[in-house]
Design a protein around this ligand. Sequence first.
Ligand SMILES: NC(=O)c1ccc[n+]([C@@H]2O[C@H](COP(=O)([O-])OP(=O)(O)OC[C@H]3O[C@@H](n4cnc5c(N)ncnc54)[C@H](OP(=O)(O)O)[C@@H]3O)[C@@H](O)[C@H]2O)c1
Length: 251
Amino acid sequence: MKDAFGLPQSLLVLGGTSEIALATARRLIGRRTRTVWLAGRPSPGLEEAAEGLRALGADVRTVAFDALDPESHETVLGKVFAEGDIDMVLLAFGVLGDQARDEREPASAVRVAQTNYTGAVSAGLVTARALQTQGHGSLVFLSSVAGERARRSNFIYGSSKAGLDAFAQGLGDALHGTGVHVMVVRPGFVRSRMTAGLEEPPLATTPDAVATAVELGLRRRSETVWVPGALRLTMSALRHTPRAVFRRLPI
Ligand SMILES: NC(=O)c1ccc[n+]([C@@H]2O[C@H](COP(=O)([O-])OP(=O)(O)OC[C@H]3O[C@@H](n4cnc5c(N)ncnc54)[C@H](OP(=O)(O)O)[C@@H]3O)[C@@H](O)[C@H]2O)c1
């Protein structure tokens, strides 16, 4: 069960090697999280991630999970919940894609959309139902500012995150009053494996900063978290920028 401050004892990460998710897991283990499930595509990286968290004193298990195989989600995730209550699910999987290549090769663009959006729809609904059956828990989605308004330079990724974000908001409303809390986290540019080698925009942040914001959001039972917080106003201004101006911005 979560403690009086809303922090989880047990955590299920979908996208178990995500740097943002692992920073969050480390932070929560430093509070009171004792059991962690890392769900992800089997790899040495997934096992190393589990070892790293075990070294902090948590009981960590890995489970094979592929966002691109929604048919398997009920079975795979059902087995995790059958082992005991999960206080928090962190939906962290995602791919950035390569905008230029994805525009040339629609099949690879579809893979971005299927991972980030339909994968999240499936895993989100499966875990939401399991949390609802328990009667408690938080479902945290890693969305992105990229979904707030699609940009010329990454509209394939951006549109997939816009879909995920809208889905998560609707799911949060559907679960309001059930004891299950849905939180949408919208980071800006985070220095992680996903963005390695890309030019940093202003307000770039770190996985640890996202982890801190997630913890605060859990404590406050927030529905939306921006990281850094200043992006909320920035994105509000960008959202209302006329299209003809927006498309000329160097973003
Ligand atoms: N970095 C940023 O600037 C930024 C900003 C805003 C939002 N986000 C979002 O935050 C989340 C985590 O990103 P990150 O920065 O921590 O990047 P990351 O370290 O590259 O993590 C991405 C994760 O997604 C997993 N994944 C990809 N395809 C998958 C699939 N088909 N099935 C299961 N897992 C899959 C990867 O697993 P493998 O090890 O198997 O590849 C990895 O665990 C993503 O949803 C991302 O879109 C990131």
